[in-house]
Design a protein around this ligand. Structure first.
Ligand code: HEC
Ligand code: HEC
Ligand code: HEC
Length: 123
């Protein structure tokens, strides 16, 4: 009798534990905080990339960027350059002023009115 009770408790306990361990990870992946790229030579200013803002803009699938466009570790893809982005790599995979992402067309990296949307001058 006591042994059966123990077994049942163990099974219930293990099930509850595995649910709390795996359920949140699957339904809601944790998104990393904003980070800034170190400005390279001639850069008009530091660029901050925000996972949250992209998510708010409707880019809710991690696979939109990972791992075809960006590796899932900071610095692993290499710092973007305008040349690569204009060739459709890195941020330019979406920011070309033509590609539709969800219901939006992200502004182009070579749009002169948009440089400062990404590059922030030091205050
Ligand atoms: C979608 C975001 C985005 C837009 C828009 C953008 N850039 Fe950049 N740019 C970056 C990122 C990210 C880097 C890499 C970090 C750095 O060097 O500041 C970069 C780097 C640079 C660099 C240094 C590296 C290189 O390739 O020479 C220059 C110069 C530059 N950008 C100029 C511009 C100009 C001029 C505009 C507007 C016509 C512009 N950028 C618009 C994201 C952007
Ligand atoms: C719009 C593009 C984009 C989307 C969508 C995106 N990421 Fe990222 N993520 C990036 C970029 C850019 C980096 C930096 C990569 C690099 O420097 O090589 C990054 C890096 C990461 C890192 C590494 C952070 C670190 O400090 O090393 C993790 C973890 C990550 N992303 C998780 C996610 C998850 C989870 C999702 C979905 C909820 C997601 N990303 C969606 C662009 C994106
Ligand atoms: C998977 C496609 C995709 C990629 C890759 C991507 N973006 Fe975006 N980005 C978007 C969309 C969609 C928006 C929303 C555009 C709009 O509202 O018109 C956006 C908006 C932005 C904004 C404006 C956010 C705000 O609300 O202030 C910035 C800044 C930005 N992106 C920077 C970057 C940088 C830097 C990179 C590369 C590290 C990058 N993005 C890569 C899709 C992308």
């Amino acid at each position: 009798m006591r042994f059966t009770t123990l077994v049942i408790l163990a099974v219930v306990g293990a099930t509850a534990l595995s649910l709390t361990m795996f359920a949140p990870v699957e339904s809601q992946p944790k998104i990393p905080p904003d980070f800034s790229y170190e400005p390279q030579k001639d850069s008009p200013g530091a660029v901050t990339f925000s996972h949250q803002k992209h998510r708010d803009a409707g880019v809710d699938k991690c696979t939109a960027c990972h791992t075809k466009v960006f590796k899932m570790k900071k610095g692993q893809t290499g710092t973007p350059t305008m040349e690569k982005m204009k060739a459709g790599e890195q941020c330019g995979a979406c920011h070309d002023g033509k590609k539709k992402v969800g219901d939006k067309v992200p502004f182009a990296v070579d749009d002169k009115s948009k440089c400062e949307t990404c590059h922030k001058k030091k205050a």
